[in-house]
Design a protein around this ligand. Structure first.
Ligand SMILES: C[S@@+](CC[C@H](N)C(=O)[O-])C[C@H]1O[C@@H](n2cnc3c(N)ncnc32)[C@H](O)[C@@H]1O
Length: 260
């Protein structure tokens, strides 16, 4: 199996919020639909007022999701194992006037006492670690009974291999991400995540897909425009935008509730 490159989050940490670093794709392609889904689940489905809910963002990176939760009034703590990414997150939150606590910690051994948080989110992280089950155990431990776990990750399928590995990282004509940002064998099937959540008393409310909003030709055209220098990574992300769907074959998201 190829070795995943998690060092990249130290190396390119200063680009989390830039328009022309590849991290911008996360910000403009995935972050909007996933946060909209989480916000709606929280306020319309679970019927919680976000104001002052205690949120932990596990593997927060540059704080893309932490800032969204803070902006709707949550009391947010973000943890990550990449110190340079945390520094970028702190600098951006300060600039945006958002009061978010950022701390260095590993998802496998969270620094917090049991039952501290109303919400824990862990997005685009579980497919980067050696044993995601350890992180799910920790998330369950720090959630209050009745608390909500929000997640997204990538499925281990033929389609995810084709799009997230071959097209995005490998094929010279189409690749726009560095090699081994993702490794296919580390992707997680919904059934595997469901089993882990069940083991740690996280009651699964179901999965929804994150699928390309545009047709493949438009996406290919956008990648060509990037390669020709006509658009930047932030614009590429907007053109490769994902949307909520019933198709779990590439990426998926969802939430579960911590039982008593
Ligand atoms: C793809 S980024 C996702 C960042 C953020 N969650 C988002 O979606 O915008 C993955 C992040 O997970 C962090 N990470 C990887 N393994 C981790 C671990 N074991 N514990 C904590 N953070 C980890 C990386 O440093 C990186 O910031």
């Amino acid at each position: 199996m190829a070795t995943i490159n998690n060092e990249i989050y130290n190396e390119v940490a200063n680009t989390w919020w830039e328009e022309d670093g590849f991290m911008a794709v996360l910000r403009t392609s995935i972050n909007p639909p996933r946060f909209e889904y989480f916000r709606k689940a929280l306020t319309e489905h679970i019927k919680l007022d976000p104001k002052n809910l205690k949120v932990l963002d596990v593997g927060c990176g540059g704080g893309l999701l932490s800032e969204q939760f803070a902006a709707i009034g949550c009391d947010v703590t973000g943890i990550d194992c990449s110190l340079p990414s945390l520094n970028a997150a702190i600098a951006h939150a300060n600039k945006a006037g958002l009061n978010i606590r950022y701390m260095e910690s590993k998802g496998e051994s969270l620094l917090f006492k049991d039952a501290q948080f109303d919400i824990v989110c862990c997005c685009d992280v579980l497919e980067h670690v050696d044993n995601f089950d350890l992180i799910i155990a920790e998330i369950s431990r720090v959630l209050k009974p009745g608390g909500v776990f929000f997640f997204d990750t990538i499925n281990r399928t033929f389609m995810s291999n084709l799009l997230a590995i071959k097209a995005a990282q490998d094929w010279p004509l189409t690749r726009f991400l560095p090699r081994n940002v993702h490794v296919w064998d580390k992707f997680i099937k919904p059934s595997e995540l469901a089993a882990s959540m069940r083991k740690y008393r996280l009651l699964n409310a179901g999965f929804v897909g994150l699928s390309p909003a545009n047709n493949p030709l438009m996406s290919l055209l956008a990648i060509m425009q990037l390669k020709l220098g006509k658009i930047n990574f932030a614009e590429l992300g907007s053109k490769l935008k994902l949307k909520e769907s019933k198709n779990l074959s590439i990426a998926y998201m969802g939430f579960s509730i911590r039982s008593i």
